[in-house]
Write a protein that binds this ligand. Structure first.
Ligand SMILES: [Zn+2]
Length: 236
C-alpha cells in the first residue's frame, strides 16, 4: 500500500460511489471505474458488445490500483450498510453471452465487479425495480451499411443493407441469428412498442448521420409474427 495515494483513492472512490448511488439508486464497480475515468465509455461499450474478451482489457490503469479501488468500494458499501446483489451482465448479442470482467476470471474478483449495492432504506418494490433496471440486458444494435462492399467476417458474404458488430468484426444478420427478423421503420410508437413486446428477439436499427456525427435510430427488427400480431391488435 502506498501511504501517499491510498487516502486519496479512498476519498475518490467514496465520492464516486455516493454520486452513483444518488443518481441511479445503486452503485457498482463499473460506475466507479467510469467516474475515476479509468474506464472510458467507448471501452465499456466494446465490452458490452462482446468485442473485447474481458473488461480489464479496456482498463488502462495498473491492475494493482484497480484491485485497491474494488476493495475500497466493497468496504465503503459495507460501511454504508448497503445490500449486495450480484448483477447479471450479458453481451449485446443474440446469444446473450455472459460477460467476463477480469483477466484471471477468479470468482472473488468477478463478484467484486458484478455486485450491485442498493440502499436498504428503499422500499422493497423500489429496490426490486432498481435492480431489475440495472440488470436489463442491453439492446442489440444493427447498423445500416454505409458501403455496399463490406464483408461478413463469419461467412465471407459481401454486402447487405444491414450489419452487426461481433467479436470478429462486421457480421451479416444471418450469421448473427437475426436473419428472419423484419424491419419496422420508426414513426409509429404504439406499433413499435407492441411489436417489440410480442417479439422474443428484437434489435434496434441505427444509421450514421454525417451531419450530426452520430448514429440515429431509424427503426427496429422484430419477428414477423410479432409485427402481424401488433398490427392486428391495433386494427380492432
Ligand atoms: Zn455472414
Amino acid at each position: 500500500m502506498d501511504p501517499r495515494t491510498r487516502p486519496d483513492l479512498a476519498a475518490r472512490v467514496a465520492q464516486a460511489a455516493a454520486a452513483a448511488l444518488k443518481a441511479h439508486g445503486y452503485v457498482c464497480a463499473v460506475e466507479v471505474l467510469l467516474a475515476l475515468t479509468w474506464l472510458s465509455p467507448r471501452h465499456l461499450q466494446s465490452w458490452r458488445e462482446g468485442q473485447i474478451p474481458c473488461l480489464e482489457d479496456g482498463i488502462q490503469t495498473a491492475s494493482k490500483r484497480v484491485t485497491q479501488a474494488l476493495h475500497l468500494l466493497d468496504a465503503w458499501a459495507r460501511a454504508a450498510d448497503l445490500e449486495p446483489t450480484p448483477g447479471s451482465y450479458v453481451a449485446r448479442n443474440v446469444a446473450r453471452d455472459p460477460l467476463r470482467f477480469s483477466r484471471s476470471g477468479s470468482e472473488e474478483r468477478e463478484l467484486l465487479y458484478r455486485t450491485h449495492w442498493v440502499s436498504k432504506d428503499l422500499p422493497a418494490a423500489k429496490r426490486a425495480r432498481t435492480l431489475a433496471k440495472a440488470d436489463r440486458p442491453p439492446e442489440i444494435i444493427v447498423v445500416a451499411a454505409r458501403h455496399a462492399d463490406w464483408v461478413c467476417q463469419r461467412c465471407s458474404k459481401v454486402g447487405g443493407d444491414l450489419l452487426t458488430m461481433a467479436t470478429e468484426g462486421t457480421t451479416c444478420l444471418d450469421c448473427a441469428g437475426l436473419g428472419e427478423l423484419v424491419f419496422l421503420a420508426a414513426g409509429n410508437t404504439k406499433l413499435t412498442r407492441r411489436a417489440r413486446a410480442h417479439s422474443a428477439r428484437t434489435a434496434v436499427v441505427v444509421r450514421w448521420s454525417q451531419s450530426r456525427k452520430r448514429n440515429e435510430r431509424i427503426g427496429v427488427l422484430v419477428e414477423a409474427e410479432a409485427l402481424a400480431k401488433a398490427e392486428a391488435s391495433l386494427e380492432t
